[in-house]
Design a protein around this ligand. Structure first.
Ligand code: FRU
Length: 511
């Protein structure tokens, strides 16, 4: 009898362990076991305030991400450069602060380059320096309402980005009498053997050149007649790109703008054209937007990545960045994206999709084909999947209008609707949870769909507090953040009439 009881206890113990294991692998993480609203797989500072990604550079198998950081508060303040490193742009390791404010001011946004041939003389041929080029913002001059608040400085690292030394003769580019004069993005231009600095100056872009990163000469100014001008131009970027399979090189000029974005507040416009080492000329007069969502700002590309063009933005908007309801930290970055130039319906479009490295974090949980629906289709029920970090991929044929609703049991929801007549997308986050911090947070978000074909591919990447939508190979992109009371763990597709989905796959994202 005693033996039987022992067996029974052991058996019961094993069963309950097995049950627990099963529950653990499928259970949704309630907010009580994690920090409320903390993204699972997007980069966030461990604590305190973050805004723009800065100085992104790839060197010796490592992606460096620096970022606007204020280590003493969760609201914007005296800017430092925080630092993190990654082997794949997916998993990040936090590093000590790289740059601190000094007598010239706060350390605003900028870039970093590998000075391979030691043009700056700050390293050696054997150990070329990494050079960071950033904006000094002088709070004393700002307070005194002077114009010459911003100038450019440099710093260098001789130990693979671990530690940084400021250049002794900073600033390297003084203020010429322009109040907003910032965010240098530097790249090497081979034909003229010069470094080119793309700099935001009020609502224009200025190009400067230098042989050594220390002496800069003005080349030209761009933007008087072109683009959106409802705010200040910030965080520009300039890079060459080709359409896959073609030889012609185009140049993309990215210009972040705040305010004045299509859905209010901050946004990222871009121009397609030509750069000859001195002047950028746009190929047309169109204003194009890299992301129509309200929450992808100050995005620029990594330097030193060869043919790959890798981009990351700050997943917030200056409208409410300082007051979003997170406690120990503020803000996340977007996931890293690869940019491609594509011809879509006869026009050139800068497309972005998650970097391929992201795939190793995704695990297929459900796939189906040739699905025809004329009533709401609950993907989570079909997939028996109740998680909130996932990628949903769909190939939709001859689509009518539809809505994809992400929700939970307490009726928080975020929806993405496609209107066939208008060929546009609408994101509704008016029931997404906490909206109390800003009166416009719940406003409708509308984006034209760039492609016009009757079939559409759609990729949704959802984390605890964000949704990134990539339609038609990333030609229309929308990034939104939200703050639900509980995680959104249900996915439903609601057709306007009927919807034919030739392929659907749901992937869990595990970090
Ligand atoms: C963009 C920006 C930059 C500036 C930085 C300050 O978000 O305003 O223009 O360098 O943030 O933190």
């Amino acid at each position: 009898m005693r033996v039987f009881i022992l067996y029974f206890i052991a058996f019961y113990f094993l069963i309950s362990c097995a049950e627990k294991k099963q529950i653990e692998s499928t259970i949704l993480l309630p907010f009580s076991t994690q920090e409320k609203h903390r993204p699972e797989f997007h980069f966030t500072p461990d604590s305190m305030w973050m805004n723009d990604p800065n100085g992104m550079v790839f060197y010796k198998d490592t992606y460096h991400l620096f970022y606007q950081y204020y280590p003493n508060s969760t609201v914007w303040g005296p800017m430092h450069w925080g630092h993190a490193v990654s082997k794949d742009m997916v998993s990040w390791e936090h590093k000590p602060v790289a740059l601190y404010p000094d007598e010239f001011g706060y350390i605003f946004s900028g870039s970093a380059v590998l000075d391979e041939h030691n043009t700056s003389g700050l390293g050696s041929e054997q150990n070329p320096p990494l050079v960071a080029i950033f904006t000094y913002h002088d709070p004393i001059k700002e307070k005194a309402q002077q114009i010459d608040v911003e100038s450019q400085g440099i710093a260098y690292s001789l130990d693979n980005g671990e530690t940084w030394e400021k250049y002794a003769k900073n600033p390297v580019l003084k203020n010429p009498g322009i109040r907003d004069f910032r965010d240098p993005k530097v790249r090497w231009f081979e034909p003229t053997q010069r470094w080119i600095m793309t700099l935001a100056a009020q609502d224009r872009i200025r190009f400067y050149s230098s042989p050594d990163l220390k002496e800069w000469s003005l080349e030209s100014e761009f933007g008087k007649e072109l683009g959106a001008h409802d705010g200040v131009w910030e965080c520009p970027d300039l890079f060459p790109i080709t359409v896959e399979g073609e030889v012609k090189t185009y140049w993309i000029l990215i210009v972040n703008l705040n305010p004045g974005a299509p859905n209010g507040g901050s946004g990222t416009q871009y121009f397609i054209g030509h750069f000859d080492g001195h002047t950028f000329s746009s190929m047309d007069e169109k204003t194009r937007w890299a992301d129509y969502g309200p929450d992808d700002y100050a995005g620029v590309t990594w330097s030193n990545t060869g043919d790959r063009i890798l981009f990351m933005g700050w997943m917030s908007n200056w409208k409410y960045a300082n007051i979003v309801p997170t406690e120990r930290w503020r803000s996340a970055t977007t996931i890293a994206r690869e940019l491609k130039l594509q011809k879509i319906d006869g026009d050139l479009v800068l497309c972005s999709l998650p970097v391929k490295e992201f795939e190793k974090m995704t695990f297929i949980v459900f796939e189906t084909q040739n699905l025809k629906i004329d009533a709401p289709y609950n993907v989570s029920d079909e997939a028996k999947f109740k998680n909130f970090c996932y990628e949903l991929d769909m190939q939709i044929e001859d689509q009518d209008g539809f809505k994809i609703i992400l929700s939970n049991e307490i009726s928080n929801e975020v929806s993405l609707a496609y209107d066939k007549e208008k060929n546009n997308f609408t994101i509704d986050r008016s029931k997404s949870g906490d909206l109390s911090f800003h009166p416009e947070f719940g406003d409708e978000i509308i984006a034209p769909r760039i492609a016009t074909s009757s079939s559409m591919n759609l990729k949704l990447v959802a984390d605890v507090a964000s949704l990134e939508v990539f339609a038609d190979d990333g030609s229309t992109v929308l990034t939104v953040i939200y703050f639900p009371d509980e995680v959104l763990n249900t996915i439903e597709i609601v057709p306007d009439k009927t919807l034919s989905i030739s392929k659907l796959s749901l992937k869990e994202i595990k970090h």
